[in-house]
Design a binder for this molecule. Structure first.
Ligand SMILES: Cc1cc2nc3c(=O)[nH]c(=O)nc-3n(C[C@H](O)[C@H](O)[C@H](O)COP(=O)(O)OP(=O)(O)OC[C@H]3O[C@@H](n4cnc5c(N)ncnc54)[C@H](O)[C@@H]3O)c2cc1C
Length: 411
């Protein structure tokens, strides 16, 4: 992999991450393949892994330096997020999921959280290596439509927040939330005005885990990315103080500081899965012998390897362009973010398919480890919006006046 265009700081961060992945993460994954299937989420990832991530400073990226976090150069922050998250996902994409939620939500909180609450929460996040953050939008009857979004009252979130006295009272539920099962602090979105479109009527709140009325209902057992504990939350007359309101009304628009880096990070984690699939397959085809020759000498195998490498490079190129657009706050950043997120998900799925096919029967064996990458790749098609909805979003960004509304009165 070339160092083209990386700063000295980015090269150093990538190297320490690579050492962490090669020395700690990959050996853990290889020797604990049974542990991935434990149905007890608490012990699935031993605490020592997050402790090691913490020691090299990659758990608190995005947290302001004054609170002990690791602040990156703002001119290239998102590009650096991409480099680091790819590298971690090369070791394990579930671990990468766990960590990147901390970065993305920290960026959101440093923009929106009142100062006294930043003083309260950021130091706790920094002090505890197991402290995780989560971002809760998706509900049983609403996710993809939120991403378009249908800006009509009928599409509003079913989770409702009402102001009573000096508090907000929240009722509803959220599903499929990354880190939802074990986070210490949540950002929760709820409708505060059901009479208007969701872009005007949705608010966001800070919700500590021990808030009365909050129940972590279950951990979802997922196909891939299994070291991130995806969870379901129920809110029953959950009360949060007035100052825990982050944004009133236009919370979805204000969350662009979360969504744009978020799409880049999705694509870069996805790329990391593809890179690992390529590394393992390149090694296999240069050592495994069939028909008297190593696999790579067979032309059909060579073609597939070329296809894998080309798809990975194409994703990497679009990712670099999209990440730079987000750092530059360019007009086309929104379209590019969605393009790279969806493009990576489809291309890396094909890379992973080649990987398992080139491993033959070994490709289907749990202890061999290549099938894990196929499962991990499949998750990206659905995370942070589905493929089809992402494509709608691209068209909406390109043609805001003609393709901008999908529901409500003819426009
Ligand atoms: C591993 C994982 C982690 C996740 N983490 C989070 C998280 O941290 N926070 C969070 O809030 N959410 C999270 N999600 C939820 C994720 O964003 C949603 O699963 C995703 O947006 C799809 O929504 P859905 O599951 O409700 O599917 P649906 O919206 O029910 O989609 C089902 C199908 O219908 C199609 N569809 C839906 N609406 C339309 C439409 N209007 N037009 C055309 N086709 C449509 C979709 O493309 C899809 O094919 C996570 C999901 C996964 C799998």
């Amino acid at each position: 992999m070339s160092d083209r265009g990386l700063s000295e700081e980015q090269r150093m961060m990538r190297q320490s991450c690579r050492d962490f992945v090669d020395d700690t993460v990959i050996p853990f994954i290889r020797s604990n393949w049974r542990g991935e299937w434990s149905m007890e989420p608490e012990g699935r990832l031993p605490p020592r892994i997050l402790e090691a991530a913490d020691r090299i400073g990659i758990r608190t990226l995005g947290v302001p330096e004054e609170f002990g976090g690791v602040e990156l150069d703002p001119a290239s922050e998102v590009q650096t997020f991409a480099i680091i998250s790819e590298e971690i996902a090369r070791g394990d994409s579930g671990l990468s999921d766990k960590l990147v939620q901390n970065w993305k939500v920290s960026v959101l909180l440093r923009n929106l959280l009142p100062r006294p609450l930043q003083e309260q929460w950021f130091p706790r996040l920094v002090a505890d290596p197991q402290f995780l953050l989560a971002h809760c939008l998706t509900e049983p009857r609403g996710a993809s439509d939120r991403w378009l979004p249908y800006n009509v009252p009928e599409a509003a979130m079913a989770t409702r927040a009402e102001k009573k006295g000096g508090e907000w009272v929240i009722n509803g539920r959220k599903q499929f939330i990354s880190n939802g099962y074990d986070a210490s602090l949540y950002v929760v979105y709820a409708s505060t005005n059901p009479k208007v479109g969701m872009l005007q009527g949705t608010s966001s709140f800070l919700v500590p885990r021990n808030t009365p009325g909050l129940t972590v209902a279950r951990c979802n057992e997922t196909l891939g990315c299994r070291y991130m504990n995806n969870g379901e939350l129920v809110f029953e007359d959950m009360r949060v103080p007035a100052d825990h309101l982050l944004v009133e009304g236009d919370a979805l628009s204000k969350a662009a500081v979360y969504f744009r880096p978020g799409k880049i990070i999705q694509a870069s984690k996805n790329l990391g899965v593809g890179v690992r699939a390529f590394e393992m397959t390149a090694d296999y085809v240069q050592n495994y012998v069939q028909g008297g020759r190593i696999l790579l000498k067979h032309q059909a195998v060579a073609l597939r390897i070329a296809d894998m490498a080309t798809r990975i490079e194409a994703v990497r190129a679009l990712l670099a362009r999209a990440a730079a657009a987000v750092d530059e706050r360019a007009d086309d950043a929104d379209a590019l973010c969605n393009m790279v997120k969806v493009y990576a998900s489809e291309e890396i799925m094909k890379v992973a398919q080649h990987a398992v096919e080139l491993h033959g029967g070994n490709g289907m064996m749990l202890d061999f480890g290549i099938e894990k990458l196929f499962r991990d790749a499949a998750i990206f098609l659905h995370m942070d919006a589905t493929v089809d909805v992402s494509k709608f979003k691209i068209v909406k960004s390109l043609f805001p006046h003609t393709a901008g509304a999908y529901a409500g009165p003819e426009g």
